[in-house]
Design a protein around this ligand. Structure first.
Ligand code: HEC
Length: 120
């Protein structure tokens, strides 16, 4: 019992101290990877059956503000596919901030420039 409590306290501290990029990656892997892929490359079984498919986020043409729009309000909220969920209801503002920064940071990560997704 006491060990469990200590463990809970330790993991809470670890989360609080996690650097933003790691936090964004955690939120992404938990909520987004099933559609957009663990590497954010859109290579998922869902992408083969849904139209339009969840895109390769490493190549998104969207600005950080536009990424925040679609993540917060969902595809439907910005006149796009309702398959892209509305995360404003499901994630905390901190998690939205972290995942938006994470996705924005993936831009330019293909073609050997850098791969934030792969190095995690
Ligand atoms: C149930 C599947 C699904 C999940 C889960 C999902 N998405 Fe999406 N996402 C989509 C689809 C489908 C689209 C394409 C919408 C369209 O083009 O109309 C999309 C589009 C996007 C876009 C627009 C990209 C562009 O270049 O236009 C962003 C950004 C995005 N998703 C981020 C996220 C993030 C961040 C998460 C997790 C918090 C997430 N998505 C979770 C299905 C999903």
């Amino acid at each position: 019992m006491r060990a469990a409590l200590l463990f809970a306290m330790l993991t809470t501290c670890a989360t609080a101290q996690a650097e933003p990029a790691r936090e964004g990656n955690r939120v992404f892997q938990t909520n987004c990877a099933r559609c957009h892929g663990a590497q954010a490359d859109g290579d998922t079984p869902i992408a083969k059956v849904v139209k339009p498919p969840p895109p390769d986020l490493r190549r998104t043409p969207l600005s950080e503000a536009q990424i925040r729009e679609i993540v917060t309000h969902g595809g439907e909220g910005v006149g796009r596919s309702p398959i892209m969920p509305n995360w404003g209801f499901q994630l905390s503002p901190e998690d939205i901030d972290a995942v938006v920064a994470y996705v924005n940071g993936l831009k330019g990560s293909v073609d050997g420039v850098k791969s934030a997704a792969r190095s995690q």
